[in-house]
Design a protein around this ligand. Structure first.
Ligand SMILES: [Zn+2]
Length: 190
């Protein structure tokens, strides 16, 4: 799955949660930081490969990526597992609490946005050829359909011409059918 698709999937998951359980009170700053955290969460599990989109987006990231990715055990290892998601959540919580002392945003919402992105990543990779080692350290990679040849290839035709447009359609559908909820949400931003 490419970084672009993961970003869109993370956003789609966030949109779904937003229209299902819209936050009562949220500041514009919190919304913006949460949106960014959601994108970062959506890409975070792929920090296990030096070529990851997130590494390209930060200065000196390519060097950092070469150091950190082997520590995570190489591609699709611990960062693509339940333990990895829990660890990522704990690390994000600690980091956000630290940032929260200087940045006045609702870090609880930001943390959830990050987690939604991260979980969406694992779900999306579930449908790819390689599958995900969900129960790491048990060395079995899971995926759907169970037969890996039937799953899609990263950056392949199925992802580009099927998954990506479908995600855009889902967003359009969510925003169209929950127009009133979104309006109320935007009106309460301050
Ligand atoms: Zn991945």
């Amino acid at each position: 799955m490419t970084g672009r698709t993961h970003d869109l999937a993370a956003f789609t998951a966030l949109s779904y949660v937003l229209v299902t359980i819209p936050p009562e009170k949220i500041s514009l700053a919190t919304a913006l930081v949460a949106f960014t955290a959601n994108m970062v969460g959506g890409l975070a599990p792929d920090l296990d490969q030096p070529t990851a989109k997130l590494w390209h987006d930060i200065r000196g990231g390519s060097i950092l990526g070469k150091i950190i990715s082997p520590l995570l055990g190489g591609h699709r290892f611990i960062s693509h597992s339940l333990i990895g998601v829990i660890l990522g959540g704990v690390i994000a919580r600690v980091a956000l609490d630290m940032i929260g002392t200087v940045l006045l945003v609702d870090m609880h919402i930001v943390w959830w946005a990050f987690m939604i992105g991260m979980i969406s990543h694992i779900i999306m990779d579930f449908f790819t050829h390689d599958g995900v080692p969900l129960l790491f350290p048990i060395p079995i990679k899971f995926g759907f359909p169970p037969l890996s040849v039937l799953r899609m290839k990263t950056g392949g035709i199925v992802e580009k011409s099927f998954v990506f447009p479908i995600l855009i359609f889902i967003n359009g559908f969510l925003y169209y059918t929950n127009y009133q909820t979104i309006l109320t949400f935007l009106r309460h931003l301050r």
